[in-house]
Write a protein that binds this ligand. Structure first.
Ligand code: DLL
Length: 433
């Protein structure tokens, strides 16, 4: 079972990784050119031929793909194999426009599950573990990816899917789950529910693998404390396979990108210029081992930083920071860029839990921001003046961090709807106009 901690790949020298990437990229570009007419047309429009791409240094010559291309080419336009060769689809939970559908051959599923198995092993998983998968199953990639990874590690896999919190906790206690996989917001909710029921002593969790949405270091500390575990981040997106594109190791200082399968670039989201490693910008991925859905230079819209440094775990693959927001759903309020994670940091620093919602609106041509924040049961008070003072404190902290006024409304514990999947943090009413 050691196969899925693959030191010969995960700890390979930079030269070796580049050699793999060069060889695989050249083949992949030719493969996509031959099998995806939609992308071939984009290459032709840019005047690029496969012969122009001889190594990773030539990657910048290729055209980008965006979510708009995926929608244009929906459903089969970017699929590089005939339906007879594809064995699975997964799809995004997108709420606007057409869904994004990604295709997999059996080989693609195998490689994806390998990536998830690496993530589980990096979180300390072995065949002796009981892996409790509470990501949604079905079209969402979370359940399927971690489930397949857990099988590969040889762990006992609990395909819980999301929801039914009572049953989740009961199985956790009865079966001795040791690794929990779900969104960080659901992990926080499970932690809250377990502690409320006084069941913390009856759970045996040691680690959690949480991703699919942004979460802060403060939230990590809360979850780690609440469940008595080490909490690891995992990143991915449906278009590029799903979870496991990158994952955290014991150092917990960024997520190693599986560079034998994906080449990462950082670009300026406005000029599209490639930025040097270490600079903050939009993450772009090129898949170099996929058969069915081999996207080249796919713009993720996730803003982050790449760091190539010696890691205490021994892995050499480049690390990405936690995404710091998205270049598309970064909020611009009164001309100021606002990331929900900035507000979350303030709330958690001031002792609130990550149960909040931002409501953005436009009144008389001026943007408004209201932050609804749940009080914790300890803070809950009927005294209007006490609540008003707390609200004022948050208003000032937000003004100091964001430079704009945000109305703050403290609401009763448990009054903001909990999410079993990704939390709904932002309601932007301006989009409705
Ligand atoms: O969320 C895949 C996934 C499942 C990742 C389970 C991790 C665990 P999508 O639904 O296509 O796929 O959403 C992808 O979610 O572009 C990011 O904006 C965001 N995202 C994913 N992981 C993280 C993370 C899955 N660890 C989009 N931190 C991505 C912050 C994340 N944002």
């Amino acid at each position: 079972m050691e196969r899925y901690y693959q030191p010969e790949i995960e700890c390979a020298s930079r030269e070796q990784i580049l050699a793999w990437q060069n060889e695989r990229l050249v083949k992949q570009v030719q493969y996509v050119y031959d099998n995806v007419p939609y992308y071939r047309k984009k290459m032709e429009e840019k005047g690029v031929t496969p012969a122009d791409v001889q190594s990773v240094a030539d990657l910048h010559k290729l055209p980008f793909l965006t979510k708009a291309d995926l929608r244009d080419a929906y459903p089969y336009g970017l699929c590089a194999v005939p339906v007879s060769e594809a064995v699975r689809i997964q799809s995004t939970s997108g709420t606007t426009g057409r869904r994004v559908v990604a295709f997999y051959t059996q080989h693609d599923l195998d490689l994806w599950e390998d990536c998830c198995a690496r993530a589980i092993m990096a979180a300390g998983g072995t065949k002796d573990d009981v892996v409790h998968v509470s990501y949604g199953y079905g079209l969402f990639t979370g359940g399927a990816g971690l489930h397949g990874g857990s099988h590969k590690v040889g762990s006992l896999t609990l395909p819980m899917s999301s929801g039914n919190t009572d049953r989740q906790i009961q199985f956790m206690c009865d079966l001795g789950s040791t690794i929990l996989c779900c969104t960080p917001s659901y992990a926080a909710y499970l932690s809250e529910s377990i502690n409320e029921r006084g069941l913390k002593d009856q759970i045996h969790l040691k680690a959690g693998i949480f991703g699919a949405e942004a979460w802060t270091e403060e939230m990590r500390r809360d979850i780690e404390k609440g469940l008595g575990i080490k909490a690891y981040d995992i990143y991915g997106l449906t278009e590029i396979s799903g979870p496991g594109v990158s994952f955290e190791c014991s150092a917990q200082t960024g997520m190693h990108i599986n560079e034998d399968h994906f080449i990462a670039e950082i670009i300026d989201p406005v000029t599209e210029e490639v930025l040097p490693e270490g600079e903050k910008g939009e993450l772009v991925f090129t898949c170099i081992t996929k058969e069915a859905f081999p996207l080249l230079r796919y713009r993720t819209r996730d803003i982050c930083v790449l760091k190539r440094e010696k890691c205490s775990c021994g892995r050499t693959h480049v690390k990405m920071s936690k995404p710091m927001g998205r270049s598309d759903d970064m909020l611009i309020i009164k001309g100021v860029n606002v990331f929900p994670s900035q507000i979350e940091t303030i709330l958690l620093n001031k002792g609130y839990a990550a149960n909040y919602q931002l409501i953005v609106d436009r009144v008389n041509n001026s943007d408004t921001l209201e932050v609804q924040v749940e009080m914790t049961p300890e803070m809950f008070s009927d005294s209007v003046s006490e609540v008003t003072a707390k609200e004022k404190e948050l208003v000032n902290a937000m003004k100091a961090m964001l430079g704009i006024y945000a109305k703050v409304r403290l609401v009763a514990p448990k009054s903001i709807a909990r999410s079993e999947g990704k939390a709904v943090r932002v309601i932007d009413k301006r989009k409705l106009y």
